[in-house]
Design a protein around this ligand. Structure first.
Ligand SMILES: Nc1ncnc2c1ncn2[C@@H]1O[C@H](COP(=O)(O)OP(=O)(O)OP(=O)(O)O)[C@@H](O)[C@H]1O
Length: 557
């Protein structure tokens, strides 16, 4: 409950404010009830309290209520903003490995559902404090009217309280199951949207998917039914208990204890007055229980609690240095306990600045895993990564990642283009756009791509432009050319890669384009987790008739 505690501490003063105000509201309300009670029992002709005093009192009641409401609203809106931005910080601050393990559906469900439920905590707690204060004042007033009658009433209230607690505890397991169902539903929704093509072509698969979703929905229905039944019972049970107390006062206490008319009227008035606050407190208890489940769910993702300093710019470790892997291994956690997770390594190799290494390997040989490790997204299980003389470790991993430009197999193109404000970079950007024939597909408007809903090959070209322009010293391209037509393959292997090398970058490419293997300085294969050198080349240093180099030359002018 780390997040809850932190926010609770931050907003402690808001909560602290609602307690005395609630008590004050309770005392004044009881005072107003006492005036009405006196008038009812003594007759309106004998009222001692003036109308002026009466209206002034309820005016104070209104003003205090308004201030309380004002504080409550500020608390809710501020807490809502904080919980949202805290979660974004948590996702951004967590390691790639953790977020990958949690998975998109769970992150989505938390961001969309848990946050709103968690906010209920801040909505209902001040209200609950105010209502409980009011109920406490009502109890004090009833004690003032008759202590003996209060004993009976309190016994009934204690019984009611215990039954409420039992119902709320029973509801907890249903709420937790409802939350689990929300995660599964998110997974199903992701599958039916992303797998729409496959589903449209296969009615058998559709039936399976529908069956799966229906069973989740059925589980959700059952849990919802149980939770809502308990909550509904709670509300009506509260009302029943209150009327039962009124009945006990009317039919038994008045006669057996010989209570005065003022006491009976006072008790009935007070109990009717706190009917709504009691209902609100029972409703709030269920909301608080839901909010607690949501906070628990947020915690269970085990996302980082380290705050990110958004303004702080991280400096890259260095430029034009060699990348060395020293007996490095990486092993995934096993999904089944009896089995071992996939492992690559130990790998001992050096990738030189100004050289391009092509890596080949069969499906599942670990190419993408190796790239994630080279990029510093996966920490090695053993061995170490050295950039120049610097060993990459916990203390400098963030700076190391700043050296990496990665276009992964499942890459993402952000609309915002990260570019220096210098006119040169803008000119280079425009020239790259036309070189890669994207000028008809997209525009650059105020530093953003006009759209990113392009074909896979075109989006990869956008990603390559971003990668080129961000000037990072290590460039990792996972099968970049696989989706490109022959023209762009040629531009890529014969112009772009040599240009990256000419800038002194470490270039590592997963490639299966054997027509262009001769353009690599080294061709390596990942097989059984081992990186094997196949051959070394001496590719031409600068290509002939190079339109791309002309582009770059043009920029330098
Ligand atoms: N997140 C993960 N958790 C556990 N195991 C994984 C994970 N990602 C990949 N693996 C395992 O690692 C192995 C290598 O996967 P990887 O994606 O690195 O291969 P690849 O060589 O890039 O394959 P392809 O050519 O098909 O893209 C696979 O057998 C896979 O089961």
């Amino acid at each position: 409950m780390e997040s809850l505690n932190r926010l609770y501490k931050k907003y402690f003063w808001y909560f602290a404010f609602t307690l005395p105000v609630g008590i004050l509201l309770g005392i004044i309300s009881m005072h107003v009830l006492q005036i009405i009670n006196d008038a009812l029992t003594a007759g309106v002709e004998n009222i001692t309290y003036s109308a002026k005093q009466f209206f002034a009192t309820i005016g104070v009641l209104f003003a205090l209520g308004a201030v309380n409401e004002f504080v409550k609203i500020r608390l809710v809106v501020n807490a809502s903003r904080d919980i949202h931005s805290r979660l974004v910080d948590k996702v951004l601050g967590s390691s790639f490995e953790r977020v990958e393990k949690v998975g998109l559906p769970k992150v989505n469900a938390t961001l969309s559902k848990d946050v709103d439920t968690a906010i209920k905590f801040f909505q209902v707690l001040p209200q609950m404090v105010a209502n409980i204060s009011l109920i406490a004042c009502a109890i004090a007033y009833m004690a003032y009217l008759s202590l003996t009658a209060l004993m009976y009433v309190l016994a009934l209230i204690t019984f009611a309280g215990l039954s409420f607690t039992l119902i709320i505890l029973l509801s907890r397991k249903y709420l937790q199951s409802i939350r689990e169902c929300a995660d599964s539903l998110m997974e199903h929704y992701e599958a039916i949207v992303k797998g729409k093509k496959e589903l449209s072509l296969d009615s058998k698969r559709q039936r399976y998917v529908r069956k799966d979703i229906r069973s989740t929905l059925e589980l959700l229905r059952k849990n919802n039914r149980s939770a809502l039944t308990l909550f509904g019972m709670l509300e009506h049970w509260g009302q029943f208990i209150l009327f039962a107390i009124l009945g006990v006062i009317l039919y038994y206490l008045g006669m057996t204890l010989g209570l005065d008319k003022t006491v009976v009227v006072g008790y009935i008035l007070t109990l009717l007055f706190i009917l709504e606050p009691i209902e609100q407190v029972t409703q709030a208890s269920t909301d608080l229980m839901e909010a607690k489940v949501a906070f628990k769910k947020i915690e269970s993702l085990e996302l980082s609690d380290d705050f990110i300093d958004k303004e702080q710019e991280v400096k890259a470790l260095g430029l034009n240095l060699n990348l060395r892997l020293r007996n490095i291994t990486y092993r995934y956690e096993a999904e089944v306990e009896s089995e071992q997770g996939f492992k690559i390594g130990p790998i001992d190799s050096e990738f030189k600045a100004g050289e391009a290494t092509f890596i080949i390997g069969g499906n599942g040989s670990g190419k993408s895993t190796l790239f994630k490790m080279l990029a510093g997204l996966y920490g090695p299980t053993s061995g170490e990564l050295q950039y120049g003389d610097i060993t990459v470790e916990e203390s400098n991993i963030v700076s190391y990642r700043e050296c990496i430009s990665l276009i992964a197999a499942d890459f993402w193109v952000f609309k915002h283009i990260l570019i220096d404000d210098s006119g040169e970079d803008e000119k280079l950007l425009q020239q790259l756009v036309s070189l890669l024939k994207l000028d008809k597909a997209v525009e650059v408007i105020e530093g953003k791509w006009s759209k990113t809903t392009l074909s896979q090959g075109q989006r990869k070209r956008l990603a390559l432009i971003q990668s080129y322009i961000e000037q990072k010293p290590i460039v990792l391209l996972d099968e970049w050319a696989a989706d490109q037509d022959p023209v762009f393959k040629k531009v890529f292997y014969e112009e772009i890669v040599p240009s990256l090398k000419a800038q002194g970058k470490v270039v590592i490419i997963v490639s299966h384009d054997d027509n262009y293997y001769h353009t690599a300085d080294r061709l390596m294969e990942l097989r059984d987790g081992q990186l094997i050198l196949h051959k070394t080349n001496k590719p031409a240093a600068s290509p002939q008739n190079d339109q791309f180099f002309k582009v770059l030359d043009g920029c330098k002018e």
